[in-house]
Ligand binder design. Structure first.
Ligand code: TYM
Length: 333
């Protein structure tokens, strides 16, 4: 039997953070052996906020290198740029005509982003989740490994797929979100009540996966905590310490309870240093591999080309099916 399909992606904005790594990429890595995985740089989504063209192009390539540096393996997974596979945009149009302005205007992320970018309330910002639904549905995806912030978008993709299937006959696999039990939302190091965001203006708020060891150590030392001195997981009263415990347990592959025991009676300074050291060790090979890959752009672009070809082959199958079902005239072959 064919393997089930996994699809996920990251927007090339800001830089890939420890939040993206723990919330999404760690699961992507685990799933590579048992599923048919497609991991995409969703550059079309990034266009919903203004991008300086030269920087944007450079950043997208850098993200591609970072994907490979984390251990995503082009021998196992299909890795490509969204803009190289035109079927994403083509399916989006059909899904647009089966989505409602009401449901799109209720999306939490749309409301947040509209507040943050009142000067650039473009149509793409609202249409963003439909493009995301097209990404997922094009490949008959079963599971979508994401952090908790993307759950609502995956649910919308399910709704759109179900609606289409009911209107025309079964066409799309109904996808499920795949969210880690711990680490589905890593918080800012400077404001532990808000999400670690890759486009935060304050670089001390996030760890980039290719940050230097010195930067990582310094950012953890400065992490905002609280004024007592107990290392205990309590998200309501101790969000900073709880976030650090989540990070530590994820990168060292231990439980929160064991981490609490390990640091019982220790001071915050010592704890923060230990978390920093654990993250440095986890990310060291990523940074090393990244530097090598960035010196080999031809190789990167070849992987991207092969990936896009394979993705496009799969995508065309679904798109032709959709075009037939909705009644478009079939071109003469
Ligand atoms: P993006 O680029 O904002 O984030 C990429 C992935 O990282 C997760 N994530 C986090 N997880 C834990 N803690 C955090 N602080 C944190 N920040 C981000 C996100 O949940 C996501 O899994 N719309 C998507 C990209 C996308 C996509 C798709 C994803 C486009 N099409 C199809 C899956 C399937 C986004 O903006 O993710």
């Amino acid at each position: 039997m064919d393997k089930k399909v996994i699809f996920s992606g990251i927007q090339p904005t800001g830089c890939i953070t420890l939040g993206n790594y723990i919330g999404a990429i760690q699961n992507w890595l685990k799933l590579q052996d048992d599923y048919k995985c497609l991991y995409c740089i969703v550059d079309m989504h990034a266009l919903t906020v203004h991008q300086q063209p030269a920087e944007f192009r450079q950043r997208a390539v850098s993200f591609f290198a970072q994907y490979l540096a984390t251990g995503l393996d082009p021998e196992k997974s299909t890795i490509y740029f969204q803009s190289h596979v035109p079927e994403h945009a083509q399916l989006t149009w059909v899904l647009n005509c089966n989505s409602y302005i009401g449901e799109l205007s209720r999306m939490t992320q749309f409301k947040d982003k509209s507040r943050k970018h009142p000067d650039n309330l473009n149509m793409g910002l609202m249409d963003y989740p439909v493009l995301m639904a097209a990404d997922i549905l094009l490949y008959q995806t079963s599971l979508v490994p994401v952090g908790i912030d993307q759950k609502q978008h995956v649910e919308l993709a399910r709704d759109i797929a179900t609606r289409f299937n009911n209107k025309y006959s079964p066409t799309f696999t109904i996808p499920e979100p795949y969210i880690p039990k711990s680490g589905a939302k890593i918080f800012s190091l400077q404001d532990p009540t808000s999400k670690m965001s890759k486009s935060d203006v304050d670089p001390n708020a996030y760890i980039a996966i290719v940050d230097s060891a010195e930067d990582i150590a310094r950012k953890f030392k400065r992490a905002v905590t609280d004024s007592d001195n107990e290392i205990r997981f309590d998200e309501v009263n101790k969000p900073g310490i709880s976030n650090l415990l989540t990070i530590y347990s994820n990168v060292t592959d231990t439980t929160i309870e064991k981490a609490e025991l390990e640091f019982e009676g220790k001071g915050y300074g010592e704890f923060k240093t230990a978390v920093g050291d654990a993250v440095i060790e986890k990310l060291r090979p990523v940074r090393e591999k990244y530097t090598d890959l960035m010196n080999n752009k031809d190789y990167l672009m070849q992987i991207a080309k092969d990936g896009a070809q394979e993705a496009s082959y799969m995508a065309r199958k679904t798109l032709s099916k959709v075009y037939r079902k909705i009644g478009f005239v079939e071109p003469k072959r």
